[in-house]
Ligand binder design. Structure first.
Ligand SMILES: *Cc1c(COP(=O)(O)O)cnc(C)c1O
Length: 256
């Protein structure tokens, strides 16, 4: 279980270099606040997470894509970790995700009213020892690239409708923001000076939701930016970036 000293050093070096790129991108864009960094640890061992959480890095936010893997890691690792579920969410697992995942901090992949309702219900059935606040933070996942392979609601009416549903019908959920993955080709072409269309689309969707639902802009976050495009995402006002490969290295292909 304890990570090797060499692995710990590599992970901390990687994390610090991501943090410092975020720093530079934040100050270059004259932003007052740094985005949150979620370290995406899917398919990586629990010892990697412990190495970043308990070392001088003291990293808090980790993201996982698969329910069973997340629940096992959350059971095993310190309760002080803030877990984000960022993977494709199936309706039949939404209730257990909210009810049975220790120290769950946010669910970022909500794309239907049914899943939102099940998360709301599951959060209500949660035992106190599972930790967590009064409300579960959720992000609505938006399909900004229009690719059929990507989940998420469309950036127009559907995004507004689902956000309204969460605000009106899900008393145990807190609408934290909007999330996108985006097209790989656009992501690879993203540089700090080249605006990514997916990020523009998500920002516009946020502005629309805010206007139509009468919210304040600062209330709704943008979760956008991954290993290949996070500096560009920061420049475009991302409030949260999700970085896996650059911190943990490549992942094995997921076995079915
Ligand atoms: C895997 C994943 C990431 C991290 O991707 P990297 O390219 O490894 O940084 C971010 N967000 C989501 C939704 C993911 O599934």
């Amino acid at each position: 279980m304890p990570p090797s000293p060499a692995r710990t050093t590599t992970l901390i070096d990687n994390l610090f270099s991501v943090r410092s790129l975020i720093n530079s991108a934040t100050s270059k864009a004259s932003l007052s606040k740094q985005p949150r960094l979620v370290a995406v640890s899917k398919l990586k061992p629990a010892s990697d997470i412990l190495a970043l959480h308990e070392s001088s890095a003291a990293h808090m936010h980790f993201g996982e894509n698969y329910l069973q893997e997340l629940q096992e890691k959350a059971r095993l690792l310190p309760k002080s970790i803030k877990w984000h579920f960022i993977g494709g969410l199936q309706s039949n697992k939404a209730l257990s995700l909210a009810r049975d995942t220790r120290a769950l901090w946010a669910v970022e992949s909500v794309d239907s009213e049914k899943k939102a309702s099940l998360l709301d219900k599951g959060w209500g059935q949660r035992k106190p020892e599972m930790g967590g606040e009064e409300k579960l933070r959720v992000f609505v996942q938006v399909n900004t690239s229009g690719e059929e392979s990507k989940s998420g609601v469309d950036p127009n009416g559907e995004a507004v409708g689902l956000c309204r549903f969460i605000l009106d019908q899900c008393p145990r959920l807190r609408l934290q923001g909007l999330m996108t993955i985006g097209a790989i080709a656009r992501s690879k072409a993203t540089t700090p000076d080249n605006e990514n269309e997916d990020f523009i689309c998500l920002r516009e969707a946020r502005d629309r939701v805010v206007a139509e639902l009468g919210l304040e802009g600062a209330q709704l976050e943008l979760s956008m930016g991954m290993s290949s495009d996070f500096e560009g995402a920061v420049a475009m006002g991302s409030n949260e970036i999700r970085v896996g490969t650059t911190i943990f290295g490549g992942r094995p292909p997921k076995s079915p």
